[in-house]
Design a protein around this ligand. Structure first.
Ligand code: E4P
Length: 222
């Protein structure tokens, strides 16, 4: 399963990239606005940090001509950009056209298997299914992931299912159990994935035992 970080902060991408376990980044207009830097400079900095990763950057146009114009511009900035397009009739129509032009699309704001089917048929590279926002309204976001993964597998669509709007580590674990292709998460959730109290306790004990016995690895410590 690929792990993406969902952020507008270049420094978070840099840290995640140093750990070497990140396959890409997703941004959205809200995250870019919150980060407080220019859109193009932010996306290009991320592309440079992860040259072999996939960087999703979103259009803000809502008509077919506007979406196409913005998507072509954003895609021209770097080869590893995937353009995020909203799940609307105009977004679907634009996705079909962009696909023919070789521009990869991450279809965003997908909340139902029906919407995911349309995204897959339009040729979206990624289908971003939001889970946290559904949980927020007392429904089951992960249930949709299960159905969308089944749909993509059953019909052999090339689209990858991207679990978005992740709120906590269990969303990542459930995405893995369901066979989703990608999970994108806030940097904070990525950090949380590292932690287990028994790891901390275990490491502390190993080091105490080692030090008590006066053992060493190097014959001539520097
Ligand atoms: C996905 O690509 C979106 O940027 C993101 O996951 C939205 O998450 P939110 O519901 O926490 O805003």
């Amino acid at each position: 399963m690929k792990l993406f970080v969902d952020t507008g902060q270049v420094e978070e991408v840099r840290q995640a990239a140093e750990w070497g376990i990140i396959d890409g980044v997703t941004t959205n207009p809200s995250l870019i606005a919150k980060a407080g830097r220019g859109f193009k400079e932010t996306v290009l900095a991320m592309c440079e940090i992860l040259p072999h990763g996939s960087i999703s950057a979103e259009v803000v146009g809502t008509t077919v001509p506007d979406i196409l114009k913005e998507a072509r511009e954003i895609a021209s900035w770097a080869p590893n950009i995937v353009v995020k397009v909203p799940m609307t009739p105009a977004g679907i129509q634009a996705t079909r056209q962009l696909r023919q032009e070789g521009i990869r699309v991450n279809m965003t704001l997908v909340f139902s298997p029906a919407q995911a089917l349309l995204a897959a048929k339009a040729g979206a590279t990624y289908i971003s299914v939001f889970v946290g926002r559904v949980d927020d309204i007392a429904s089951e976001g992960m249930r949709t992931i299960e159905e969308v993964v089944q749909m993509v597998d059953a019909y052999g669509f090339e689209s990858e299912v991207l679990v978005a709007s992740i709120r906590h580590p269990m969303h990542v674990v459930e995405a893995m159990r369901m066979g989703a292709h990608i999970a994108t998460m806030p940097f904070k959730v990525l950090e949380q994935l590292f932690h287990h109290p028994l790891t901390d306790i275990g490491l502390q004990r190993f080091l105490e035992d080692w030090n008590k016995a006066g053992l060493r690895i190097f014959d001539n410590p520097a």
